[in-house]
Design a protein around this ligand. Structure first.
Ligand code: C2E
Ligand code: MG
Ligand code: MG
Ligand code: MG
Length: 284
């Protein structure tokens, strides 16, 4: 594929890969079978409380082990799922896996670690999100307080009243809601006053350029604003000690990134973190 294609669908493409439509079609056909063929799996990335250094929760991130193409990133297939009526079945699969995982960790006696799940704005726009989530929670008998949902701010652009109502209903079920990739969605900041969310996830693009003075003051101001609105803040994409120190100094609540841990398969997460209480704090 040409480079423009690889940088993601939100970027301008100045030329079109002549084979990309065909590739997409084949990928969609493969994706339709991926669930049944057991090709999807989840990895979990820790989020830490920056002040206490304790593990706070983990984010479930989907991976696709394609039989011939190898490991495929969600950046390459989630948009295809969204455009081809596959995002709801995939999200249901993720939610169910996560609920089963929560139960398994609970049965084994590990300390309670909530899991966050990424929800596509397209799913919310379909209007079935609340009933779909309820279905999984009920069939797996899951405590909704162990679930967090991450939704990007783009939901506020297409249908703000539906977004507000849906998030209200999800919160009533007992789940925490995070705004994902905050600061990249080109929507008005004032939506924060209307959306009953709990957490802001600062996009990693701001963290990556934290050494820049303007970026630092932006992040500092967003943390203050969020706290004044009673929201907590997660910084994603923390890769260095220096970024960690700056965010901690700004009072950012939680951090996620390669500095603490890469996303891990369940077994690794258990061995490296959950099996032993002392490993619940990060030491660096
Ligand atoms: P996201 O929800 O913002 O997830 C964070 C992404 O940042 C993940 O990429 C994670 O692996 C990556 N990351 C974590 N720490 C670092 C770091 O220190 N440096 C850098 N450069 N990256 C870091 P991933 O797993 O490739 O997922 C990409 C996006 O795909 C996610 O962004 C999310 O929007 C979407 N996605 C992933 N899993 C799902 C899913 O189950 N459902 C849906 N609808 N979307 C998903
Ligand atoms: Mg996310
Ligand atoms: Mg994010
Ligand atoms: Mg992001």
């Amino acid at each position: 594929l040409y480079k423009a294609k690889q940088t993601g669908r939100n970027n301008f493409q100045f030329y079109q890969d002549p084979s990309s439509d065909l590739t997409d079609k084949v990928m969609v056909q493969d994706l339709e079978k991926a669930i049944i063929n057991n090709e999807l799996f989840l990895v979990y990335q820790p989020k830490y409380n920056l002040a206490t250094k304790e593990l706070n929760s983990v984010e479930a991130l989907i991976r696709w082990q394609h039989p011939t193409r190898g490991l495929i990133s969600p950046l390459e297939f989630i948009h295809l799922a969204e455009d081809n009526n596959l995002i709801i079945p995939i999200t249901m699969w993720v939610l169910e896996k996560v609920c089963i995982q929560l139960k398994d960790w609970c049965v084994k006696g590990y300390k309670k670690v909530p899991i966050s799940v990424n929800i596509s704005a397209k799913h919310l726009e379909k209007g079935t999100l609340v009933e779909d989530v309820k279905k999984i929670i009920n069939s797996t008998n899951t405590n909704p307080e162990c679930l967090m949902l991450e939704i990007t701010e783009s939901v506020m652009i297409s249908n703000p009243s539906l977004a507000i109502e849906t998030i209200h209903e999800l919160k009533e079920l007992g789940m925490k809601i995070a705004i994902d990739d905050f600061g990249t969605g080109f929507s008005s900041l004032s939506y924060l006053l209307k959306l009953p969310v709990d957490i802001l996830k600062l996009d990693k693009s701001f963290i990556g350029e934290l050494s820049d003075r303007k970026n630092m003051s932006f992040v500092d101001a967003i943390v203050k604003l969020a706290h004044n609105l009673d929201l907590s803040v997660v910084a994603e994409g923390i890769e260095t000690e220096q970024q960690h120190q700056i965010l901690n100094q700004y009072g950012c609540d939680f951090g996620q990134g390669y500095f603490y841990s890469k996303p891990l398969i369940s077994n690794q997460l258990v061995k490296s973190f959950l099996e032993n209480d002392e490993l619940m704090k990060f030491i660096k």
